[in-house]
Design a protein around this ligand. Structure first.
Ligand code: PEP
Length: 254
């Protein structure tokens, strides 16, 4: 991490936790950590628990995220939820383009771009997920794939918007597999993303843009990851579901 950027620890709960389970977790974790003045802790519960979690986020530094949205404000889109509806519920962040959505629900760079723009237009911050699959890494295509995803998702945004947005580098082969990228592997790609931000926008975006790492982040690897200069935080699935492990992530040592 670099002290000029506020660290962000984000929990992606995917399709886990009922409302009662979510509220119980939120109460416990806030009690355990106390106020978080120097970092942001972002919780992304399923849609069904957004309201209840938001109502119980009282500790300094904690905020609410959704895991997905549609790009339109409203309309005949059965089953979809718009950015305005999420902002109305108190969300500050929306995850877009998670690899599970790209792989299982047909998301493309173009839908990710539309969603990111819509989230910004609604006054929230998109967390744009990018990352290569194992085959692409083995073929030496990681930079090409990630560079293309970043360009695709951010095209058409102003420098000011790009500065606000958060990018999450999540190598697909590391998500939910227990196989983490080494800190050096992650840093290498984060540095590439930062250079891409400079090329697409300017030095200010390169300096201020926050880039998270995601992929089997656990209590035993977070400190090494957070020690890298271009890793500004983490997006966590599995280890964000238990209070004990998530507390240790929030209390990473850099
Ligand atoms: C994720 O869902 O974004 C993720 C990184 O999951 P896990 O931490 O379980 O690999």
């Amino acid at each position: 991490m670099n002290p000029s950027r506020k660290p962000l620890i984000a929990a992606n709960w995917k399709m886990y936790k009922t409302v009662a389970e979510a509220v119980s977790f939120i109460k416990s974790i806030q009690e355990e950590t106390g106020p978080c003045a120097d970092l942001e802790v972002v919780i992304a519960p399923p849609f069904t628990a957004l309201k209840a979690v938001g109502d119980n986020l009282t500790q300094q530094g904690f905020s609410l995220a959704a895991q997905n949205c549609h790009w339109e404000e409203k309309g005949a889109f059965t089953g979809e939820v718009s950015p305005i509806m999420l902002s109305d519920l108190g969300c500050n962040y929306v995850i877009v383009g998670h690899s599970e959505r790209r792989q299982l629900f047909g998301e493309t760079d173009e839908t990710v771009r539309r969603k990111a723009a819509a989230v910004l237009a609604a006054g929230m911050v998109p967390v744009v997920c990018v990352g290569e699959v194992l085959e692409q890494r083995e073929q030496g295509k990681t930079f090409e794939v990630v560079g293309r995803q970043v360009e695709g998702a951010l095209s058409g945004l102003s420098a000011r918007q790009a500065e606000l947005l958060v990018i999450a580098y999540e190598p697909v082969w590391a998500i939910g597999t227990g196989r983490t990228a080494t800190a050096a592997q992650a840093q290498e790609v984060h540095a590439l993303i930062r250079k891409t931000l400079a090329a697409l926008f300017n030095k200010e975006v390169e300096k201020k843009g926050r880039i998270l790492y995601g992929g089997s982040v656990k209590p035993d690897n977070i400190d090494l990851l957070m020690a890298e200069p271009d890793i500004d935080g983490v997006l966590v699935g599995g280890a964000s579901l238990e209070v004990g492990s998530f507390k240790r992530l929030v209390q990473f040592k850099s």
